[in-house]
Design a binder for this molecule. Structure first.
Ligand code: SF4
Ligand code: SF4
Length: 371
């Protein structure tokens, strides 16, 4: 058994209740420091996925058009800076750190130090990566320190991966080999790191969903996550048609056949439901209450949330000018919070389940005393 249960969701809102101290603060309307922080060690990526929500306005991605970007700089956070930041975050009670993009985390040459130092400070680490540059040494650091790592594979063949990630044909096999090595290292070191693959379904890859899941299983990884592509409001591309997803879902369902005691398939049904019905759960909250899930960019700007990173109006502060605590307690952050209009947000954002839960807590109905 891999220790991952069928019903487990990495971002389950039920996990809020493991942090009753924060929930009590939130309930009383007090300041709540983040439980989880997402951080980009770099804005540079060695790929440039066709749907990359960051690549259109952030950093340096392979073969991109920098002239079209708001922040075309190739930012690389230095470990010296990060160490002081993590010291402060640990002090404020942050429990977990997710390294993710705007860029590819492993492009940062100091990433091993980022990982080991964070873990040594008592903060859990997760990584979202394209998996293409995880060498032997990094694999060891991962399985010794990381709680979960997810590889965005997005294809079942080298050609499709190359087309979507706008990378070389060789990249697919290299990534699968890196995944296999991670799984082997996990075994070798008796590690509990949860290793997952992911495919974001779009017209270019949906027919390969079964094959991609088979490939991920064959590497020895623990699970595959399947979700639809949801366009960022800033994206120039339009959301794909409902009919396309209806067709894709039939094939997606078949991937469950690949499950066994060791390997699980997680299909993000809430996101597929949201794609199929534009009004899906849109009335579940009227305001964003998930005010404590910030993102820190490699260029030291702090954003309100994962989906608003890169948008100047959602930058709550700049760590080159202020400490995290100063930013968090600033009047400017409050103004950003007040300015949020969820009608303009990406539907079913990462904090959607959290918002549903928090809103329901503050707006009880259906006779709450009858538990
Ligand atoms: S691997 Fe991630 S950061 Fe890089 S281009 Fe693709 S989506 Fe963007
Ligand atoms: S509802 Fe909007 S502002 Fe709130 S977390 Fe989601 S995307 Fe961000």
């Amino acid at each position: 058994m891999n220790g991952i249960r069928e019903t487990e969701d990495v971002f389950s809102p039920n996990k809020l209740f493991y942090h009753m101290d924060r929930m009590a603060q939130w309930w009383r309307g007090e300041n709540v420091y983040p439980i989880n922080v997402e951080l980009s060690p770099t804005t540079v990526c060695n790929h440039y996925c066709t749907w990359c929500m960051h690549g259109e306005y952030f950093g340096s991605h392979k073969g991109d058009n920098k002239a079209l970007k708001l922040y075309p700089d190739a930012s690389m956070m230095r470990f010296d800076f990060y160490r002081k930041l993590v010291d402060e975050l640990a002090e404020l009670g942050v429990k977990s750190m997710t390294f993710s993009g705007s860029g590819e985390p492993f492009v940062n040459p100091e990433i091993n130090d980022f990982i080991t130092y964070t873990k040594a400070k008592g903060i859990d680490v997760a990584i979202i990566t394209n998996g293409s540059i995880i060498n032997e040494e990094r694999a060891k650091v991962v399985v010794k320190n990381v709680t979960w790592l997810r590889v965005s594979l997005n294809a079942g063949t080298a050609e499709t991966r190359a087309r979507i990630h706008r990378t070389s044909i060789e990249d697919f096999d290299k990534t699968l080999a890196n995944m296999k090595r991670l799984a082997e290292k996990k075994k070798e070191f008796g590690s509990k790191t949860q290793l997952g693959g992911q495919i974001v379904i779009c017209p270019e890859n949906w027919e390969e969903v079964y094959l991609a899941t088979e490939k991920v299983k064959a590497t020895g990884f623990d699970y595959m996550q399947i979700k639809p592509v949801i366009m960022h409001p800033m994206s120039k591309d339009r959301q794909y048609e409902r009919e396309f997803f209806l067709r894709a879902i039939e094939l997606i369902r078949t991937t469950k056949e690949l499950e066994d005691d060791r390997f699980k398939v997680f299909i993000k049904w809430d996101q597929f439901n949201g794609i199929l019905d534009a009004n899906y759960e849109q009335d579940r909250y009227e305001k964003c209450l998930a005010t404590f899930f910030p993102v820190i960019e490699a260029n030291k700007l702090v954003y309100y949330c994962s989906q608003t990173r890169g948008l100047p109006q959602f930058a709550i502060g700049d760590l080159s000018k202020n400490t995290f605590k100063e930013i968090w307690e600033s009047a400017h952050r409050q103004r950003v919070i007040e300015s949020i209009d969820i009608k303009k947000c990406q539907p079913l954002c990462r904090c959607h389940p959290i918002n549903k839960t928090l809103w329901a807590l503050k707006h009880p109905n259906n006779n709450p005393n009858f538990v």
